[in-house]
Design a protein around this ligand. Structure first.
Ligand code: MN
Length: 506
């Protein structure tokens, strides 16, 4: 749970940072906080609190997820140009161009024209978020921290406005937090939205959870001791073992699929085990399976096959102590931090000390893909952001197509398929061998004339499943892609490549 403290000062922001800030960084941030506080003097939030409290909360969330001092500074100043006479120029002179660049990004992001239907408004909003993300992802992370505090204080707004903001948060901010892998922010936003958008169901689920959890917690207490003893007896170094509960919205979604019968939700009770290394994750899993029978079909290896947002962990559901069903998650400390703080945590583990977070994300600087020091994980997120950039440049003219593509490729679940050589290709669900072919190379796509999946011939519109090995058969000579493929291909890249070839005819 991210912190909910009410009386907050810049010192609390420092406290929240997972790696302590140095004297220089603290001095810098103290002066930024004093400046922001002066700028907002006399302004109150709808809740009646001084305005600066809001900025400090946003900054604190940024510190909590491990963002650098430049981003925290921009968080402190994020509403200054919008709500006070102070200009970006002044901010730039006082605190440097990078801080003002970020603040400018956030200010631009808030200026969204309010016209058209609610749906159009959300789409416009989403589009802006993506453009900002492609430019400098820190802007979007600050926006998430800003929105989190606004959602936490939503009850000071009139109900209609509160509902509109909750709806927007659910449609725009939750998916983005999810895609960036910032699980902590995503879960809290989701529950806050649930509370405002479905108040009756929210109360119902909350009650159900409380009744059931009280007893469940006692059980988990006993399980913790047993599993921890079991693993220690086998010389597994358990760093941490914790009982875990689902956030309310996720629980609600589960319950919906099980006739609201909480006894049928197997992963309501869960234990998370943190061990030092990847190999000890697998060892621990083996020991637990030897002792407790696993449930068929519920063992998930997200270490070998991470979720598209980078999530890594082993999951299994066992018939645990006292014969009760429970979920066990096993992961390393780094995986755990990355699950909670997402893209920010990748950074913490790789390049934090060099402070090159900014070089990394700002356009037109060192191409990070080529930097040998970048971890594969960070490189992966970066590839994804670069793709977004390229893609948006490419489509630019056609807004509908851009949005349609985004909705499919960004929010739908992804699958990972393999080439016969073992390279991983990420695809949207329901993707076909033609999408796979174009993901490898445009020329492979054009020349595709058949496909094998796990060694067997399949139709060209076959729906690839997660972890399948796909081999594309191609013609030797160059040919024009088949126009009929447009009827079933899923990725924007495949669609565009096929259309481009045919457009040349006209
Ligand atoms: Mn704000």
């Amino acid at each position: 749970m991210l912190s909910l403290q009410q009386n907050i000062t810049i010192e609390d922001v420092f406290q929240a940072a997972p790696t302590p800030l140095n004297t220089e960084q603290k001095r810098f941030l103290r002066s930024v906080a004093a400046f922001a506080s002066d700028a907002h003097t006399g302004q109150l939030r709808k809740s009646g609190e001084p305005y600066i409290i809001h900025s400090l909360h946003a900054a604190r969330t940024l510190a909590e997820i491990g963002m650098d001092e430049i981003t925290i500074a921009a968080g402190l100043l994020h509403d200054v140009p919008e709500d006070t006479p102070i200009t970006l120029d002044e901010i730039s002179k006082k605190f440097g161009p990078e801080v003002s660049y970020l603040v400018d990004g956030i200010t631009k992001l808030s200026k969204i024209r309010l016209q058209g239907s609610q749906q159009e408004y959300f789409l416009e909003n989403l589009r802006k978020m993506f453009l900002a993300m492609a430019k400098d992802i820190r802007v979007v992370i600050i926006k998430l921290a800003d929105r989190l505090h606004n959602m936490r204080t939503l009850d000071s707004l009139p109900p209609e406005k509160a509902e509109r903001i909750a709806r927007e948060t659910f449609e725009v901010y939750v998916p983005i937090a999810n895609r960036l892998g910032i699980g902590e922010i995503k879960a809290e936003l989701e529950d806050l939205c649930f509370q405002y958008l479905e108040p009756v169901k929210y109360q119902e689920v909350k009650k159900l959870e409380e009744t059931y959890l009280h007893e469940g917690e006692q059980y988990l207490g006993r399980v913790k001791t047993q599993l921890s003893n079991l693993l220690k007896a086998e010389a597994i170094q358990v760093k941490e073992i914790e009982a875990r509960t689902k956030n309310l919205y996720r629980l609600y979604k589960k319950l919906e699929g099980h006739d609201m019968d909480i006894k049928r939700v197997y992963d309501l009770l869960a234990i998370r085990i943190i061990v030092p290394t990847i190999s000890s994750c697998y060892e621990a899993l083996g020991i637990i399976h030897r002792e407790y029978r696993p449930m068929v079909g519920r063992i998930k290896d997200y270490i070998s096959l991470p979720k598209p947002n980078g999530y890594q962990s082993l999951h299994t559901t066992i018939f645990g102590p006292e014969g009760r069903i429970l979920e066990v998650q096993i992961r390393t400390e780094q995986m755990n931090d990355e699950a909670e703080y997402g893209i920010a945590a990748h950074w913490m583990y790789t390049e934090k000390q060099k402070g090159s977070w900014r070089d990394f994300f700002i356009r037109k600087k060192v191409a990070p893909e080529t930097s040998p020091k970048t971890s594969p994980k960070v490189r992966e997120s970066l590839t994804w952001i670069n793709q977004l950039r390229e893609w948006q440049k490419d489509i630019g003219r056609d807004d509908t197509e851009f949005m349609e593509g985004l909705k499919i490729e960004f929010f739908k679940n992804h699958i990972f398929a393999f080439t016969p050589k073992g390279d991983i290709i990420e695809l949207p669900e329901d993707a076909t061998p033609i999408d796979f072919a174009y993901a490898i190379h445009t020329n492979v796509g054009h020349r595709a004339n058949g496909a094998k999946v796990d060694g067997k011939m399949v139709p060209i519109d076959y729906q690839i499943q997660n972890a399948q090995v796909v081999e594309i058969l191609t013609t030797k000579e160059m040919k024009k892609p088949n126009k009929d493929w447009l009827r079933f291909v899923k990725t924007t890249h495949a669609k565009q490549s096929i259309r481009r070839e045919h457009r040349a005819d006209i």
